[in-house]
Ligand binder design. Structure first.
Ligand code: AQP
Length: 333
């Protein structure tokens, strides 16, 4: 708690251009916590380097991700918006938590298995211990809730285990956080292979709709989306492509699956795909316009980063000092 408020933390990696998966599964929901919670939203650049990044791209995307946070409705007056590497306590606590995280636990993480298969030439220790850094991100702020897509649920559960283990040895150190997974949009799938999650680092650009894609590109990508040999718009087992498109349509319109089935009864997939593309483009247009304004003022983005980092560092330091004291590290005054 900070004052009377519970605490919310989440982050996004600047590891690629952000997708509608990142938007619907995470960022769009962040603003809903801003009134009731004290919110910390971080651009997690240290996580991004677990996979090789081009330095110029990483730098540019860090600004872009912060601008997108704000364009998606996160007011820097109401939320602490900052960059992970600007608050050294994240890396410091991560080292400590590495010593309270088991090799077997990390080996079971699905994301590690997926990413080490995709980047077989670079299975580095950071990729393996990524969840300990994520636990540090969350636990530093005595976080109560972590809004994430379902792919991150396993990491938040590991974070809970680490916090409980640490608290057993050193009572009352960390708040044990809860993951908050959205009902709709928790796992948006690739448009090219709807059995796979839509990921910003996917090499096939047609698999992904980016938040910043223009209207024509969005509509073209949805037109090309892989579906099935039926022509009926209905939510059912074995119809992964249509299920995914219906989920995206539901997220943007608030309609139920039954309402969508009724709306497109008697229509072919062509009409449906066009409608999905249009609602997506309509919803993203104001975000894109605001994003362009924000990105044009780099000095302001830097000022926001600085302010956010100072505020985050204040709370992070408090937890880190408490942990260091409990562990027996000598504290100099
Ligand atoms: N396809 C998705 N559907 C719903 N939610 C998603 N998220 C990611 N993809 C989807 C959620 O977005 C938040 C930020 O994710 P991240 O940047 O921390 O990393 P990630 O989960 O590994 O996302 P990507 O897009 O797949 O990135 P890369 O390709 O770099 O690994 C998280 O809350 C995540 O759940």
């Amino acid at each position: 708690m900070i004052g009377e408020q519970k605490i919310c933390f989440s982050g996004v990696q600047p590891s690629g251009n952000l997708t509608i998966g990142n938007y619907l599964g995470a960022i769009r929901n962040f603003a809903t916590f801003s009134e009731a919670y004290k919110c910390f939203y971080c651009v997690v650049d240290e996580h991004a380097i677990t996979v090789r990044q081009n330095p110029a791209d990483l730098r540019r995307r860090t600004y872009e991700t912060l601008a997108l946070y704000m364009a998606c409705g996160l007011d820097p007056e109401k939320n602490t918006l900052y960059v992970q590497s600007h608050v050294p306590a994240h890396a410091e606590l991560a080292w400590i938590l590495n010593c309270y995280t088991m090799f077997g636990e990390l080996s079971r993480m699905t994301q590690f298995k997926d990413k080490s298969a995709r980047h077989a030439d670079n299975v580095n220790a950071g990729l393996f211990t990524y969840p300990a850094l994520m636990a540090a991100d969350i636990l530093l702020y005595q976080t109560d809730v972590v809004p994430v897509g379902i792919d991150q649920k396993q990491h938040v559960e590991l974070c809970r285990n680490i916090a409980e283990r640490f608290n057993q040895i050193f009572p009352d150190t960390f708040t044990v956080p809860e993951p908050i997974i959205p009902q709709s949009g928790k796992k948006i799938m690739s448009l090219a292979d709807p059995t796979k999650k839509m990921s910003k680092s996917d090499e096939n650009p047609n698999a992904i709709v980016y938040i910043l894609d223009d209207r024509d590109t969005i509509i073209r990508k949805f037109r090309r989306a892989v579906t099935d040999s039926e022509t009926v718009v209905r939510f059912a087992d074995g119809k992964d492509g249509i299920n995914n498109l219906m989920t995206i349509y539901a997220c943007f319109t608030g309609k139920t699956m039954e309402e969508i089935e009724r709306e497109f009864a008697g229509h072919g997939y062509g009409d449906f795909k066009l409608a999905v593309g249009e609602v997506c483009a309509d919803a993203l247009a104001p975000v894109q316009a605001r994003y362009r304004e924000l990105l044009a003022d780099k000095a302001d983005l830097e000022a926001q980063m600085k302010r956010g980092a100072e505020e985050a560092a204040y709370y992070a330091r408090k937890t880190l000092s408490k942990v260091q004291r409990k562990l027996g590290f000598v504290q100099l005054r």
